[in-house]
Design a protein around this ligand. Structure first.
Ligand SMILES: Cc1cc2nc3c(=O)[nH]c(=O)nc-3n(C[C@H](O)[C@H](O)[C@H](O)COP(=O)(O)OP(=O)(O)OC[C@H]3O[C@@H](n4cnc5c(N)ncnc54)[C@H](O)[C@@H]3O)c2cc1C
Length: 493
C-alpha cells in the first residue's frame, strides 16, 4: 500500500533485461542467485508490460507514452509508476478489484501459529476479535512483509513485525540472509517523530542531499552521487549525523514537485513542512529485508504446504542489497508462481495417489510449533528498537553486536498461554526472537557486503564469504552454507 516509487521493468528500446540483471547483481554485491535474477526479471518485465497493455493506470506523458522514472543504481529509466507516487495503493486496488467475488478476505486477524501435521503445513491459528480461531488449509502462503519494527525508525507499517518469519521458523522452515537489512537513506523525521518515506525518485528528479552548511554530502563519495546505492547514501548520512550535522534533501531542482509527488507533498504538509521551502529534513530508516523464509523459485519453503512470497520470502533475487523498485516486481512474479505451484500441490494432495513426501527430518514436529505458551520478553518495544538501532543497524561491529546479543539473551521472559496472548505480546515475542537470529547472522558474517556493513571488516572478503549464505532452523545451530541452494523451479499448469 505504501510503495511510492514504482515497479522496475524494461520498456525502453535501448534498455534490456540483461542490463536490468546487471544492475540487480551490482546492487546485490555478488550475493544474488543469478539463475533466479534472470528468470524473475525477464518474467517480471513481460508481466508489467502486459499489465500496461491490459489498462493498468500507469502514469503517462502528454503523448500517452508510459512515463518511466529513474531510481538509484538503475542504468536506464525503467520505473513504472501510478498516481505519481501512489503505485502501491493503486496496484493493491487494481488487484483487489480483480479478486472481488473470487476470494474471502478476513481483516484484522493476527496469525499466531502455523498448524503442522505429519511434516506438512495444514493451516493457521489466528487471533480474531479476541478469540483464537483455527483456519484449516490445503496450503498456506505467507505474505506478511518484512520486520521494520525491529528498528526505531522504519518506513513501513507498525504491523510489520517479522511475524511470518518466526511462524515459518517455528514450523520448521529455514530463514536465511537475515544480516542484510536495507536502510532507506531518506525518511522524513521531525523532532524525533517519523512521518514517512521520501522516495528515491525525488533524487531521480533532481533532489540533492546537503548538510546544514549547504555542502553536498554525496560529492566524491560515489560515481553515481546522490543516486548511489542505498547503503552508500545511508552510510554517508549516518556519518554526517555521527559528526553532529543535520542532513536535508534540497528539492529546489525538482520541477512540478507537488504534481509529481502528491503523496510526499501530503507527508510534508502533515509534518508542517512546506515543499516550497525546498528543504526536507531526512534520516535513514529500516526499509527492506533482503533475507527471509528461504524459498525456491516457486515460493515453496522446505516445509510441504508452506509458501512465502513478497518481503517475507528470500528467493535470492536481491542478494545483499535490493535494487530500488525490484520488490513489487518480485512480489508479483512470485505471487503468480506460488499460486500456480500451490494449486498443483493441492491437486496432488487431493488425488492422494501422489501425496507429497515430507522430508523425514520434518516428520517430527519441531518443539516450538503447535506450542501452548509464548515466551514474552520483559522489555518494551521501544527499548528493543533502540538497542537494535544502536548496535545492529547501518554500521555494525563485533563489540556492539556481542553486547546486544548478551542483552537479548539475558532478558527475562514471561510464559503467556496462547489463550491469553495479545497481539502486541505475540509481536514482541517474535521481534525478540528474530532480533537474536539477525544479530547472530551479523556476528557470523565477518565482512562487509551490500547492506551489511561491519566497521571492523569494512570490505567484502570474497575468499571467505562469496556466495555463502547463513541459514537458521529451529532444530540446529546456524548453518553457513557453502553456496546458495534451491534455485531450481518448474511451474506450469
Ligand atoms: C514506504 C515504502 C515505500 C516503498 N516503495 C517501494 C517501491 O516504490 N517499489 C518497490 O518495489 N518496493 C517498495 N517498497 C517495498 C515494498 O513495498 C514491500 O517490499 C512490499 O510491499 C512487500 O509486500 P508484502 O506483500 O510482502 O508485504 P506488506 O505489503 O508489508 O504486507 C504485509 C501484510 O501482512 C500483514 N501481517 C503481518 N503479520 C501478520 C500476522 N501475524 N497475521 C496477519 N497479517 C499479518 C501486515 O499487516 C500487512 O498487511 C516500499 C516499502 C515502503 C515501506
Amino acid at each position: 500500500m505504501l510503495a511510492q516509487g514504482g515497479i522496475a521493468a524494461v520498456r525502453l528500446p535501448e534498455d534490456s533485461v540483461d542490463y536490468h540483471v546487471r544492475d540487480t547483481l551490482m546492487a546485490g554485491d555478488g550475493h544474488n542467485d543469478p539463475v533466479l535474477v534472470n528468470e524473475i526479471l525477464a518474467e517480471g518485465s513481460a508481466l508489467i508490460n502486459q499489465l500496461a497493455s491490459e489498462g493498468f493506470p500507469f502514469d503517462r506523458d502528454a503523448q500517452q507514452r508510459i512515463s518511466l522514472g529513474l531510481e538509484g543504481a538503475h542504468s536506464f529509466n525503467r520505473i513504472f509508476h501510478a498516481g505519481g507516487d501512489a503505485t502501491g495503493r493503486i496496484l493493491m486496488e487494481y488487484l483487489l478489484d480483480r479478486t472481488s467475488g473470487r476470494a474471502s478476505i478476513i481483516e484484522h486477524a493476527t496469525v499466531l501459529q502455523l498448524i503442522v501435521e505429519e511434516g506438512r503445513c495444514t493451516g493457521v491459528l489466528a487471533l480474531q476479535e479476541g478469540q483464537l480461531t483455527e483456519f484449516r488449509a490445503d496450503a498456506v502462503v505467507i505474505a506478511s512483509g518484512g520486520c521494520g519494527s525491529l528498528y526505531a525508525h522504519h518506513t513501513g507499517d507498525s504491523s510489520i513485525t517479522g511475524d511470518g518469519l518466526m511462524l515459518a521458523y517455528e514450523a520448521g522452515a529455514e530463514l536465511c540472509d537475515l544480516e542484510f537489512m536495507q536502510f532507506h537513506p531518506t525518511m522524513l523525521v521531525k523532532n524525533g517523530t517519523t512521518y514517512g518515506l521520501i522516495s528515491e525518485a525525488v533524487r531521480g528528479e533532481g533532489g540533492v542531499l546537503r548538510n546544514e552548511q549547504g555542502l553536498r554530502i554525496m560529492e566524491g563519495k560515489h560515481p553515481l552521487g546522490d543516486l548511489a546505492p542505498r547503503d552508500v547514501v545511508a552510510r554517508a548520512i549516518h556519518e554526517q549525523m555521527q559528526n553532529g550535522h543535520d542532513v536535508h534533501l534540497d528539492i529546489r531542482g525538482c520541477k512540478h514537485f507537488s504534481e509529481r509527488f502528491p503523496t510526499i507533498t501530503g507527508i510534508l504538509e502533515k509534518a508542517g513542512i512546506h515543499w516550497t521551502d525546498g528543504k526536507i529534513p531526512v534520516v535513514p530508516g529500516m526499509h527492506f529485508m533482503m533475507g527471509g523464509i528461504k524459498v525456491d523459485g516457486s515460493g515453496s519453503s522446505r516445509l510441504p504446504g508452506l509458501y512465502a512470497i513478497g518481503e517475507a520470502a528470500c528467493t535470492g533475487l536481491h542478494g545483499a542489497n535490493r535494487l530500488a523498485s525490484n520488490s513489487l516486481l518480485e512480489a508479483l512474479v512470485l505471487g503468480r508462481r506460488a499460486a500456480q505451484h500451490s494449486f498443483q500441490y493441492v491437486m496432488r494432495q487431493h488425488s492422494r495417489t501422489q501425496m507429497e513426501t515430507a522430508d523425514p527430518k520434518l516428520l517430527d514436529t519441531p518443539p516450538s510449533a503447535n506450542r501452548a505458551f509464548f515466551e514474552v520478553p520483559q522489555v518494551t518495544l521501544a527499548e528493543l528498537q533502540q538497542q537494535m538501532s544502536l548496535h545492529a543497524s547501518i554500521v555494525r561491529h563485533a563489540q556492539g553486536l556481542r553486547q546486544l546479543a548478551q542483552w537479548l539473551r539475558n532478558l527475562k521472559t514471561d510464559p503467556v498461554p496462547l489463550s491469553q496472548l495479545t497481539r502486541e505480546q505475540a509481536e514482541l515475542s517474535h521481534l525478540w526472537k528474530l532480533a537474536q537470529l539477525v544479530v547472530t547472522s551479523a556476528q557470523l558474517r565477518t565482512e562487509s557486503r551490500g547492506a551489511h556493513y561491519r566497521a571492523d571488516y569494512p570490505v567484502p572478503l570474497d575468499s571467505q564469504w562469496s556466495g555463502r549464505t547463513i541459514t537458521h532452523t529451529n532444530t540446529a545451530a546456524p548453518i553457513v552454507a557453502a553456496e546458495r541452494t534451491m534455485n531450481e523451479c518448474s511451474v506450469s499448469l
